[in-house]
Write a protein that binds this ligand. Sequence first.
Ligand SMILES: Cc1ncc(COP(=O)(O)O)c(C=O)c1O
Length: 410
Amino acid sequence: MVALTWSENKLNMDDAVRTENIKNLANQAKRLEHIEPFHVMRIITRAMEIQASGVDVVNLAVGEPDFPTPSLIVDAAVNALKADSMRYLPALGRDELREAISQWYQQKYAIHVPKERIAVTTGSSGALLLTMGVLVSPGDEILMSDPSYPCNRNFVSTMEGASTLIPVGPETSYQLTAELVEKNWTDRTVGVMVASPSNPTGTMIEHDVLRDIHRVVQANAGTLIVDEIYHGITYGQDAASALDFADDVFVINSFSKFFSMTGWRLGWAVVPDRFINSFETLAQNLYISSPDVAQKAAVAAFHPDSIKECNLYRSRYQEQRDYLVTELKNIGFRIPVEPTGAIYIYADCSEFSNDSFQFCQDLLEKAGVAIAPGLDFGFNQANQHVRFSFPKPVSILTEGVRRIRAHLYQ
Ligand SMILES: Cc1ncc(COP(=O)(O)O)c(C=O)c1O
């Protein structure tokens, strides 16, 4: 399968989805034509309706931890709210938090990252949006894998750039390689985006492969963006950071996943020196600063007791992953590459259906289990794939498995 830009791919989409995208076009900016809805949201909304009607749903569609935010972080927030007024902050974040993140790189990865290059953002989503805002001019292309996290291509579209989605499969653990980057680079390409561990596949990019990709990007005078937001949630091996070998890359991270803080909306970017002022200017203008209370609390995320709690969460995720991978394979899903990180299983459902959206709808309506359709993550065999998000107690996963089996083999 050849790589296509997002707009070329859109022509291949089914009519119903396309119609939904372009409705109300007369009243909205043209860039919205290139921005896809999150299909899983339809599943999640419907799951909530079903639940509200009194029928229980096993929800494996939402990509977030099921554990509470570590107590020290919560206490720090409560204390801060009692002691201080919450105010606007410098756009790049509180000094104390930037320093704590810098020390985290030293402690965890033995890498020196000066705090001046660290920008605290509203989730890693804020970091990704600003990064694309800094790098992408209208018509520029960013290369990324297909499947990959859907918002990435929409951040590029928001800047009126184009994402080139490069089909990847089990043979490269669903990750890009230097050869793929080289082959798909054009005069319009300005950068490459990778995520390791990845959403939806939970696979990691080998450090040497990442280094090779970086070389190709450098040779073409582009910029590499590495999403490291699932660092800390890995199984059997730690993930190395791209900052290990490069200081001209954008590295994106978040408090959302490892620290179980999705709703606090806090993340960060490590920005190459030469871009930090533009990054700051954009942040100032787009949202002034990220939340004061979340920043005050997040310093406590790096306390050894919080890290201990999060590592405990990680071992629970591992048990949940092990359970669900085994059971899904027993049911008949194919999982050619098992996740070594993140909180997802990307499974081939072609044994049961060649329309993954319909498959997800049926599973929800008839069996009360919500999962995400492949269509959300790109076009490459999207109809044969679904994503299971597994951070749930094994007892709930067991009920989910029972329902799926009963539905498929009734
Ligand atoms: C790969 C990836 N990057 C970025 C994000 C955005 O997360 P947040 O804005 O909560 O940091 C997500 C969320 O699921 C994700 O899966």
